[in-house]
Design a protein around this ligand. Structure first.
Ligand SMILES: [Zn+2]
Length: 193
């Protein structure tokens, strides 16, 4: 296991063993995760202490993630993605869709809202800005919900259905069979002695 931290985030990896849903054999992979912590400070007061707290929080989050979270890695024996990893990925993509969608919706809504106030001497342009504000809010809201639904219910790498997202082939194929893993740990041992 390795860990490197910079206060607000800590990244690390630990070997993970999975028993395949499909073929029942074991496979191994280095599970890489990032933990996050937050530091709040008011005009620099208490920032140092808070940074330490944030670093501890990031470490704790990382330990939790290394233990409980998976990566989307194919079984090294039969090539099947594990159902638990697919479900986890769907949840991650869905919450990412909400965060991204929220930002890209609020951004034009505020922009057009401010524009409508600035332009209020010219009633035509001001009304157009108000329309654009509601329009972008509706469109953004619709696209956000659509992306959330697609992530939550339709994303399925086992049938090659990535839709809005791309496959991370390097991560997907880093799994090792039991004998590959044993060979690797044995040669590490030989190197070390
Ligand atoms: Zn398998």
């Amino acid at each position: 296991m390795y860990v490197s931290a910079n206060g607000f985030s800590a990244e690390g990896a630990a070997w993970r063993v999975e028993v395949c849903d499909d073929c029942g054999k074991e496979f191994y992979y280095p599970n890489e995760q990032v933990g996050y912590g937050e530091a709040l400070s008011m005009m620099g007061i208490g920032a140092a202490g808070n940074n330490e707290a944030a670093a501890r929080e990031a470490q704790a989050d990382l330990r939790f993630r290394l233990k409980h979270m998976r990566q989307l890695v194919k079984c090294a024996n039969c090539g099947r993605f594990q159902q638990a990893a697919v479900v986890q990925r769907r949840q991650e993509l869905a919450s990412q869709a909400i965060r991204t969608g929220f930002f890209w919706t609020l951004f034009p809504v505020f922009g057009f809202g401010i524009a409508s106030v600035v332009l209020d001497k010219n009633a035509n342009w001001s009304n157009a800005a108000i329309l654009a504000m509601f329009g972008s809010g509706l469109l953004g809201g619709f696209l956000t919900v659509a992306a959330w639904v697609i992530a939550r219910f339709f994303f399925d790498p086992n049938i090659g259905r990535y839709l809005l997202w791309r496959a991370d082939q390097e991560t997907e194929s880093k799994g090792m069979t039991q004998s590959q893993y044993q060979q690797m740990t044995q040669s590490d041992h030989l190197d070390a002695t």
